[in-house]
Design a protein around this ligand. Sequence first.
Ligand code: GDP
Length: 432
Amino acid sequence: LPVVAVVGRPNVGKSTLVNRIIGRRQAVVEDVPGVTRDRVAYDANWTGRAFTVVDTGGWEPDARDRAAAIAAQAEAAVATADVVVFVVDAVVGPTDVDEAAVKMLRRSAKPVLLVGNKVDNTALESEVAALWALGLGEPWPVSALHGRGSGDLLDAILAAFPAPAPAEAEGPRGPHRIALVGRPNVGKSSLLNRLAREERAVVDPVAGTTVDPVDSLVEIGGETWQLVDTAGLRKRVGRASGTEYYASLRTAAAIEAAEVAVVLLDASEPISEQDQRILSMVDEAGRAMVIAFNKWDLMDPDRRYYLDKEIDRELKRIPWALRVNISAKTGRAVDRLAPALRTALASWEQRIPTGVLNQWLTALVQETPHPVRGGRAPRVLFATQAGTRPPKFVLFTTGPIDAGYQRFVARKLREEFGFAGSPIEVAVKAKK
Ligand code: GDP
């Protein structure tokens, strides 16, 4: 899906605008300064066109290094978006901080839409003219709070999307997209270097393929893959406060842009909260996942024992994730990544024919029917696979079913059909 990033300095109304775009009134989260938000990408739809909105508004930089922080924010957004919406407070007018961000935005090749926000009435509309001075073209007067002008803005956003490739409806064209993610120092850059060396190729973009300038084409296991946001891997942004927030923003955006994520964990250290957050991001985004335990060269029998226990405990939520034990340093088992990626993607795209699905389901619910509740037992009548990438199933039932039973069906579905490396969704539609 096309990605829209909303950027701008604090208090210009970014979150309100994001809510307006995704059609939600409530604030996404409380606007607590310094709060790190994991989920920054939201699904949106305007006149039938689906797209993703990336919210960069969850963090307010210190006054000290505001300009640097905003630049980093704009950079992260530009790295991951197809269209950038740059928000300025029309009542305040353009500030130095705005101008610094504009410089960065103008260097990018991405289309930028300039929004003058807080134009709550006609009288304020004339203020917007001052924004021409930023040199980003025509400013769009908007009141994110009241909705004024937001329809016109959305039309303009849609018009700025890159033309969809002709075959997009049938699924992706070109190389599969991978995100390589993990907390700092797990060895992401080392693995990237190893892959580039071992496979002798960080491939140059081929003429005619559309690859983001921040991505790299890498050959792994004889196949070309698109590594999402490798610019974020190579470069240490550092220094600016909120670096961690931007790292998290980039990670979330990379996962969103990818089809399959390689989550790197450091096998020589306990699985941390930050690791868990990244794993959850992948799970919640519904992406295929391969967990790579890196630094396996440091493994000793003691650590091995504890790691096994840890995996049982910490990765219980995502037993379906594929695992490989590698060493970016020595090159150990790095060649097992490609097969794991292929398996995970195949699961992610797997479609079970309706006949096969229902034959299996009929036998299952006959053998283990829903338990009786209040004298009645709801029955599962039928199932369909509503989608892929990841696989989504809908159970049609005679009434509401227990969450436990729903989980049971989901677990059995996996046992029967596999889906190794991919999350699956199971929803219920109860007859009224
Ligand atoms: P990044 O922040 O995730 O990109 O991590 P780096 O690639 O910069 O690696 C962080 C540190 O871990 C560096 O000192 C690497 O040399 C080291 N490292 C990376 N992979 C391995 C590995 O497989 N084994 C060992 N022993 N060290 C590693």
